[in-house]
Design a protein around this ligand. Structure first.
Ligand code: 5GP
Ligand code: MG
Ligand code: MG
Length: 189
Protein backbone atom coordinates (compact mmCIF):
# COMPACT_ATOMS: atom_id res chain seq x y z
CA UNK A 1 0.00 0.00 0.00
CA UNK A 2 -0.22 3.15 0.54
CA UNK A 3 1.74 3.33 3.82
CA UNK A 4 1.26 7.05 3.34
CA UNK A 5 -2.54 6.89 3.37
CA UNK A 6 -4.16 8.75 6.27
CA UNK A 7 -6.69 5.88 6.36
CA UNK A 8 -3.99 3.30 7.26
CA UNK A 9 -4.52 3.61 11.03
CA UNK A 10 -8.09 2.29 10.48
CA UNK A 11 -6.84 -0.78 8.63
CA UNK A 12 -6.25 -4.06 10.45
CA UNK A 13 -5.03 -6.05 7.47
CA UNK A 14 -4.44 -5.63 3.76
CA UNK A 15 -6.15 -8.71 2.30
CA UNK A 16 -5.36 -8.05 -1.38
CA UNK A 17 -2.74 -5.43 -2.27
CA UNK A 18 -3.32 -3.07 -5.17
CA UNK A 19 -0.66 -4.71 -7.39
CA UNK A 20 -2.40 -8.08 -7.12
CA UNK A 21 -5.77 -6.50 -7.97
CA UNK A 22 -4.30 -4.77 -11.01
CA UNK A 23 -2.77 -8.01 -12.28
CA UNK A 24 -6.07 -9.86 -11.83
CA UNK A 25 -8.08 -7.13 -13.57
CA UNK A 26 -5.62 -7.24 -16.46
CA UNK A 27 -6.07 -11.03 -16.74
CA UNK A 28 -9.87 -10.71 -16.62
CA UNK A 29 -9.77 -8.01 -19.30
CA UNK A 30 -7.71 -10.23 -21.58
CA UNK A 31 -10.03 -13.17 -21.03
CA UNK A 32 -13.10 -11.03 -21.77
CA UNK A 33 -11.42 -9.61 -24.88
CA UNK A 34 -10.81 -13.15 -26.19
CA UNK A 35 -14.34 -14.34 -25.36
CA UNK A 36 -16.16 -11.40 -26.97
CA UNK A 37 -13.85 -10.85 -29.92
CA UNK A 38 -16.27 -12.33 -32.46
CA UNK A 39 -19.15 -10.16 -31.18
CA UNK A 40 -17.04 -7.03 -31.53
CA UNK A 41 -19.26 -4.99 -29.24
CA UNK A 42 -19.94 -5.33 -25.55
CA UNK A 43 -22.09 -3.48 -23.02
CA UNK A 44 -20.68 -3.38 -19.50
CA UNK A 45 -23.28 -2.83 -16.80
CA UNK A 46 -21.77 -1.63 -13.52
CA UNK A 47 -23.65 -1.94 -10.26
CA UNK A 48 -23.42 1.34 -8.35
CA UNK A 49 -21.70 2.32 -6.36
CA UNK A 50 -19.17 -0.34 -5.40
CA UNK A 51 -18.33 -1.41 -8.95
CA UNK A 52 -17.20 2.05 -10.06
CA UNK A 53 -13.49 1.44 -9.48
CA UNK A 54 -13.30 -2.06 -10.96
CA UNK A 55 -15.39 -0.85 -13.92
CA UNK A 56 -12.94 1.96 -14.66
CA UNK A 57 -9.91 -0.32 -14.50
CA UNK A 58 -11.50 -3.33 -16.23
CA UNK A 59 -12.85 -1.44 -19.24
CA UNK A 60 -9.36 -0.15 -20.02
CA UNK A 61 -8.11 -3.76 -20.07
CA UNK A 62 -10.75 -4.84 -22.62
CA UNK A 63 -9.51 -4.33 -26.15
CA UNK A 64 -12.91 -4.11 -27.88
CA UNK A 65 -15.45 -1.35 -28.54
CA UNK A 66 -17.18 -1.19 -25.15
CA UNK A 67 -20.15 0.79 -23.96
CA UNK A 68 -20.92 1.28 -20.29
CA UNK A 69 -24.12 1.74 -18.34
CA UNK A 70 -24.97 1.64 -14.65
CA UNK A 71 -27.69 0.41 -12.33
CA UNK A 72 -28.20 1.14 -8.69
CA UNK A 73 -30.07 -1.31 -6.51
CA UNK A 74 -30.95 -1.65 -2.88
CA UNK A 75 -32.19 -4.56 -0.83
CA UNK A 76 -35.74 -4.33 0.36
CA UNK A 77 -36.91 -4.54 3.94
CA UNK A 78 -35.29 -4.77 7.33
CA UNK A 79 -33.70 -8.13 6.57
CA UNK A 80 -31.59 -6.45 3.89
CA UNK A 81 -29.84 -9.19 1.95
CA UNK A 82 -31.90 -12.01 3.46
CA UNK A 83 -35.12 -11.19 1.56
CA UNK A 84 -33.62 -11.41 -1.91
CA UNK A 85 -36.05 -8.75 -3.08
CA UNK A 86 -34.18 -5.92 -4.67
CA UNK A 87 -35.40 -2.45 -5.53
CA UNK A 88 -34.03 -0.74 -8.62
CA UNK A 89 -33.01 2.79 -7.62
CA UNK A 90 -31.49 3.65 -10.98
CA UNK A 91 -32.24 1.68 -14.11
CA UNK A 92 -30.22 1.37 -17.30
CA UNK A 93 -30.25 4.14 -19.89
CA UNK A 94 -29.70 1.61 -22.69
CA UNK A 95 -32.08 -0.89 -24.25
CA UNK A 96 -30.23 -4.19 -23.89
CA UNK A 97 -32.33 -6.37 -26.19
CA UNK A 98 -30.11 -8.18 -28.65
CA UNK A 99 -26.97 -6.88 -26.92
CA UNK A 100 -24.06 -8.75 -25.38
CA UNK A 101 -24.19 -7.67 -21.75
CA UNK A 102 -21.65 -8.20 -18.98
CA UNK A 103 -22.64 -7.24 -15.43
CA UNK A 104 -19.69 -5.87 -13.44
CA UNK A 105 -19.99 -6.19 -9.65
CA UNK A 106 -17.61 -5.53 -6.78
CA UNK A 107 -18.47 -8.45 -4.53
CA UNK A 108 -20.87 -11.38 -4.30
CA UNK A 109 -21.94 -12.23 -0.80
CA UNK A 110 -25.22 -14.17 -0.55
CA UNK A 111 -25.65 -13.82 -4.31
CA UNK A 112 -29.24 -12.60 -3.89
CA UNK A 113 -28.66 -9.16 -5.41
CA UNK A 114 -27.05 -10.48 -8.58
CA UNK A 115 -29.47 -13.34 -8.86
CA UNK A 116 -32.35 -10.84 -8.91
CA UNK A 117 -30.53 -8.49 -11.25
CA UNK A 118 -29.72 -11.29 -13.62
CA UNK A 119 -33.35 -12.39 -13.83
CA UNK A 120 -34.51 -8.83 -14.32
CA UNK A 121 -32.03 -8.21 -17.17
CA UNK A 122 -32.69 -11.58 -18.83
CA UNK A 123 -36.36 -10.58 -19.16
CA UNK A 124 -35.21 -7.78 -21.48
CA UNK A 125 -33.86 -10.36 -23.94
CA UNK A 126 -30.16 -9.59 -24.29
CA UNK A 127 -28.22 -11.65 -26.85
CA UNK A 128 -26.09 -12.86 -23.93
CA UNK A 129 -25.70 -12.07 -20.24
CA UNK A 130 -22.69 -12.91 -18.09
CA UNK A 131 -21.36 -11.80 -14.71
CA UNK A 132 -17.95 -10.46 -13.75
CA UNK A 133 -17.26 -9.98 -10.04
CA UNK A 134 -13.99 -8.91 -8.48
CA UNK A 135 -14.66 -10.69 -5.17
CA UNK A 136 -16.74 -13.58 -3.91
CA UNK A 137 -17.41 -14.97 -0.45
CA UNK A 138 -18.41 -18.58 -1.24
CA UNK A 139 -19.12 -19.40 2.42
CA UNK A 140 -21.98 -16.88 2.43
CA UNK A 141 -23.69 -17.94 -0.80
CA UNK A 142 -27.42 -18.61 -0.52
CA UNK A 143 -28.35 -19.05 -4.15
CA UNK A 144 -26.54 -20.73 -6.98
CA UNK A 145 -25.05 -18.19 -9.34
CA UNK A 146 -23.02 -18.72 -12.48
CA UNK A 147 -20.14 -16.22 -12.37
CA UNK A 148 -18.12 -16.52 -15.54
CA UNK A 149 -15.41 -14.02 -14.60
CA UNK A 150 -14.26 -13.99 -10.98
CA UNK A 151 -11.27 -12.16 -9.48
CA UNK A 152 -10.76 -13.57 -5.99
CA UNK A 153 -12.51 -15.81 -3.51
CA UNK A 154 -12.17 -14.36 -0.03
CA UNK A 155 -13.05 -15.56 3.48
CA UNK A 156 -16.19 -14.40 5.29
CA UNK A 157 -14.79 -11.04 6.38
CA UNK A 158 -16.17 -7.56 5.78
CA UNK A 159 -13.81 -5.82 3.39
CA UNK A 160 -13.40 -2.25 2.16
CA UNK A 161 -11.36 -0.49 -0.49
CA UNK A 162 -11.15 -0.56 -4.28
CA UNK A 163 -14.76 0.62 -4.50
CA UNK A 164 -16.11 -1.12 -1.40
CA UNK A 165 -17.32 1.05 1.46
CA UNK A 166 -18.01 1.07 5.13
CA UNK A 167 -20.64 3.73 5.99
CA UNK A 168 -19.93 5.35 2.63
CA UNK A 169 -16.17 5.69 3.21
CA UNK A 170 -12.95 3.88 2.26
CA UNK A 171 -13.93 3.27 -1.39
CA UNK A 172 -10.81 5.16 -2.43
CA UNK A 173 -8.37 2.84 -0.63
CA UNK A 174 -6.29 1.21 -3.40
CA UNK A 175 -6.09 -2.16 -1.61
CA UNK A 176 -8.82 -4.54 -0.39
CA UNK A 177 -8.64 -4.23 3.39
CA UNK A 178 -10.15 -5.43 6.65
CA UNK A 179 -10.86 -2.61 9.11
CA UNK A 180 -9.99 -2.61 12.80
CA UNK A 181 -12.96 -3.60 14.98
CA UNK A 182 -12.94 -0.21 16.73
CA UNK A 183 -13.73 1.54 13.44
CA UNK A 184 -17.20 -0.06 13.38
CA UNK A 185 -19.94 1.49 15.47
CA UNK A 186 -18.64 5.02 15.44
CA UNK A 187 -19.12 7.24 12.40
CA UNK A 188 -16.07 7.33 10.17
CA UNK A 189 -14.19 10.45 11.19
P1 5GP B 1 -25.42 -10.06 -1.88
O1 5GP B 1 -26.77 -9.80 -2.43
O2 5GP B 1 -24.53 -10.88 -2.76
O3 5GP B 1 -25.50 -10.64 -0.49
O4 5GP B 1 -24.80 -8.63 -1.62
C1 5GP B 1 -23.85 -8.06 -2.39
C2 5GP B 1 -23.63 -6.64 -1.94
O5 5GP B 1 -23.43 -6.55 -0.51
C3 5GP B 1 -22.36 -6.10 -2.54
O6 5GP B 1 -22.61 -5.54 -3.81
C4 5GP B 1 -21.94 -5.09 -1.51
O7 5GP B 1 -22.61 -3.86 -1.73
C5 5GP B 1 -22.41 -5.66 -0.20
N1 5GP B 1 -21.31 -6.42 0.47
C6 5GP B 1 -21.24 -7.75 0.68
N2 5GP B 1 -20.10 -8.08 1.30
C7 5GP B 1 -19.43 -6.93 1.51
C8 5GP B 1 -18.16 -6.62 2.13
O8 5GP B 1 -17.40 -7.46 2.61
N3 5GP B 1 -17.81 -5.31 2.12
C9 5GP B 1 -18.60 -4.31 1.61
N4 5GP B 1 -18.13 -3.07 1.69
N5 5GP B 1 -19.79 -4.58 1.03
C10 5GP B 1 -20.20 -5.87 0.98
MG1 MG C 1 -22.03 -4.13 -5.27
MG1 MG D 1 -21.96 -0.75 0.46
Amino acid sequence: MSEMSSMMPDVQEVLIPSEEIQQKVKDLGEQITRDYREHRRLLLVGVLRGAVIVMGDLMRRIDLPCEIDFMEVSSYGAGTTSSGVVRILKDLEEDISGRHVLIVEDIIDTGLTLSYLRRSLLARKPASLEICALLSKPARRRVELDVKYLGFEIPDEFVVGYGLDYAGCYRNLPDICILKPEVFGGAAS
